[in-house]
Write a protein that binds this ligand. Structure first.
Ligand code: S3P
Length: 181
């Protein structure tokens, strides 16, 4: 395996885009640590994301998420699976430290809902009666932020293995920019 030229991989994208699953494969292949921010936050607060939203409120969630993601970005040889809302704030991706390769895992709202539908309760923002309309609207508003990532990889109809392989190709310098527009 050739030597990675990046210090950390930052996976961003909508809920259900596969950040955690892809992050686990990419980290394992690189021999790097996976930092799954939602999981770290749940462990630190001793509550599920849904419980944090319900009991402490979204603002506390967002503040904690911002702090934990900033901490994660100080690491080297790490793959970071950010929460779906983290990158959708002005300056977040632009402010990532040098050596960060940010990757937008793109997913359609329909596919995202199909994927997260199997994990009820983990995505309070989509645990609503009109989830399709909410997902379409939220993704439309967030896409311009996600698009600031260094690399975009389409995930609809693509396996976790294949998405991970594309990212590894970029990290290892074989493919400068898949899906570059
Ligand atoms: C959120 C996405 C979730 C989690 C929380 C809020 C969002 O993470 O952080 O429910 O605002 O998009 P995933 O993208 O890992 O599902």
């Amino acid at each position: 395996m050739s030597r990675p030229r990046v210090a950390r991989v930052l996976l961003v994208g909508f809920m259900g885009s596969g950040k955690s699953s892809v992050g686990a494969v990419v980290a394992e292949r690189l021999g790097w640590e996976l930092i799954d921010v939602d999981k770290r936050l749940e462990a630190e607060l001793g509550l599920s994301v849904a419980e944090v939203f319900a009991t402490l409120g979204e603002e506390v969630f967002r503040t904690t998420e911002a702090r934990m993601t900033a901490d994660a970005l100080e690491g080297e040889q790490v793959v970071i699976a950010a929460g779906g809302g983290w990158a959708a704030v002005q300056g977040r991706l632009e402010g990532a430290p040098d050596g960060t390769m940010s990757v937008w895992l793109d997913v359609s709202p329909e596919e995202a809902l199909r994927r997260v539908g199997t994990q009820p309760g983990t995505r309070p923002l989509l645990s609503v009666p009109d989830a399709t309309a909410v997902a379409i609207d939220l993704l439309e508003r967030r896409a311009p932020f996600y698009a600031r990532a260094d690399v975009k990889v389409d995930t609809d109809g693509v396996s976790v293995e294949d998405v991970s392989a594309r990212i590894l190709d970029v990290v290892l310098g074989k493919d400068p920019k898949p899906d570059a527009e």
